[in-house]
Write a protein that binds this ligand. Structure first.
Ligand code: CS2
Length: 497
């Protein structure tokens, strides 16, 4: 990347270079409220929406809601809500400015405004990370003992995403009850159905009068499933410098992204929608196939590249996937453990899809860090590992690659006593760290039993003695001989099978 450039002028409405604008008309009406103003939303949904509006105008400006931190919202306000997306590949970088936001809010500062915004929207979209859904990992249901959920159910200013949505729906109902769409854009199994179920569970746990008021209204809320796909790293100063170089003005919040972007959306909307199909997305009646393909082949394999890679000292995904042992293990987990559990789609050439994944993971110009993919593993792995693992175990086959994913995760987040997991593992954030730490001093088999028993991957997999034993063996191998050796063992085991 280039050396930092100091450009005094800031990116604003008047300084945006015209050719970088994805959408050139003024967007004045807010039709979409988006919860989760992170990089993923700004490089994915905002870009597809800008392209759709450029092709076909409509009342679909986006009000972006950050949950806690005001940093992005403040920077966007100082830039007339403008920011740039850097498309980065080994062939070079391209810059564009979506310019589709009509406002920003910070939920922690202004929860009442978020309720009003949700109530007034036609579509509510969300990218709040897997743990923003406040799911109890043991049961897969809404975590009714979560302090934020409890407070939201009691009627306080909403602290959780589910609370924001339900209180917004309640206000909309009281203002006439027009239909509305709530669309999850998360890497969750059946993200729309899951969101509908969690909203239903939240409503069912409300006091009787509120429950009776809201339950019939849920029939007027659509919850389409969707599959979102774009690799979007965190912003660093190097990306700010690159944005300044390409724009000629200073953008404090540019978003780096790979060139690839895909969005498949179930066509189930209650109150209209932008012409997203004209902005690079596709509407389909069957999203499930795309979802599983992406969640398992991309996200699942990504986790296997991230954890052993971090343990082997790799800062980035391209560095990790370039290590021959890890690359071979990634290929094995993808083909042996994930692929047999996804439905075959006639419209997807699987060999091409897989080859494209490895090319995307090798984008060395994009500094996608192992710690980013590996963070929040306690909630991500629950979406990726248990179902395929149980599928193979039921058929009498050990899913060695899934066991290695779990073993490497444990070594990173709760390093066994005396084992130094290294700086990349230490930098991973995970809400389960504290819960798992006390188990790390136990003998390996007890450690693995206790960690899985703490509700990481659901009860069924935690109770499977054979799977636990394999994870324990791999933890020992990782600790004694390192990540490359464990990854190599995986390919040898598969060859012998
Ligand atoms: C990654 C995803 O962080 C992760 O868990 O697997 O964020 C991945 O980069 C995106 O889903 C790609 O679409």
């Amino acid at each position: 990347m280039t050396t930092p450039v100091t450009t005094p002028e800031r990116l604003t409405r008047s300084t945006t270079p015209g050719p970088t604008l994805l959408h050139r008309r003024e967007v004045s009406e807010t039709g979409i409220v988006h919860l989760g103003l992170g990089n993923f939303h700004r490089a994915h949904q905002a870009v597809h929406t800008a392209a759709a509006l450029e092709a076909e105008d409509g009342p679909w400006g986006i009000l972006g809601v950050a949950s806690r931190s005001a940093a992005v919202a403040d920077a966007l306000r100082a830039q007339d809500l403008r920011y740039s997306v850097l498309e980065i590949s080994p062939e070079g970088s391209r810059v564009s400015v979506p310019a589709v936001h009509t406002g920003v809010l910070v939920a922690a500062q202004d929860p009442a405004a978020v309720i009003d915004a949700v109530a007034a929207a036609r579509i509510v979209t969300l990218t709040v990370t897997e743990h923003g859904y406040t799911i109890d990992p043991r049961t897969g249901s809404l975590a009714l003992d979560h302090p934020g959920v409890r407070a939201d159910l009691a009627g306080g200013a909403p602290q959780t995403t589910l609370g924001q949505i339900v209180r917004g729906l309640q206000r909309r109902l009281r203002a006439g009850g027009a239909p509305i769409t709530v669309m999850s854009c998360a890497n969750l199994i059946e993200n729309g159905n899951t969101t509908a179920r969690l909203v239903g569970e939240f409503v069912a746990a409300l006091p009787a009068a509120e429950r009776a008021e809201l339950e019939p209204y849920l029939a007027h809320v659509a919850f389409p499933n969707s599959m979102v796909d774009r690799i979007v790293p965190a912003t660093t100063d190097a990306y700010r410098a690159e944005a300044a170089r390409l724009l000629g003005v200073r953008d404090e919040v540019p978003v780096p992204a790979e060139p690839f972007s895909m969005w498949a959306i179930e066509d189930d909307f209650a109150a209209g929608k932008p012409a997203w199909e004209r902005g690079g997305a596709r509407f389909t009646i069957d999203v499930a196939g795309y979802e599983l393909l992406k969640l398992r082949l991309l996200n699942g394999t990504h986790s296997l590249i991230a954890y052993p890679g971090a343990l082997a000292g790799c800062d980035t995904i391209p560095q990790s996937s370039a290590r021959s042992a890890i690359r071979a293990a990634a290929d094995t987990v993808l083909r042996e453990d994930y692929l047999p559990t996804v439905p075959v789609r006639a419209d997807v050439d699987l060999e091409e899809y897989v080859a494209q994944l490895f090319t995307r993971w090798s984008n060395s110009a994009l500094g996608h860090r192992t710690r980013q993919v590996a963070s929040d593993g306690s909630v991500k792995l629950a979406q990726r590992v248990p179902e395929p693992a149980l599928h193979h175990l039921a058929a009498g086959r050990m899913p060695h690659g899934l066991a290695l994913t779990v073993a490497a995760y444990l070594c990173c987040i709760a390093p066994p006593a005396g084992f130094d997991a290294g700086p990349h593992a230490a930098a991973m954030s995970d809400p389960a760290r504290e819960r798992l730490a006390p188990f790390a001093c136990r003998p390996t088999t007890e450690f693995v039993a206790a960690a899985l028993g703490a509700g990481l991957l659901g009860t069924e997999l935690a109770d499977h003695l054979g799977f636990r034993a394999r994870v324990a063996e791999l933890v020992d191998l990782l600790v004694r001989h390192g990540a490359d050796a464990a990854a190599r063992e995986l390919t040898l085991t598969e060859e012998a099978a």
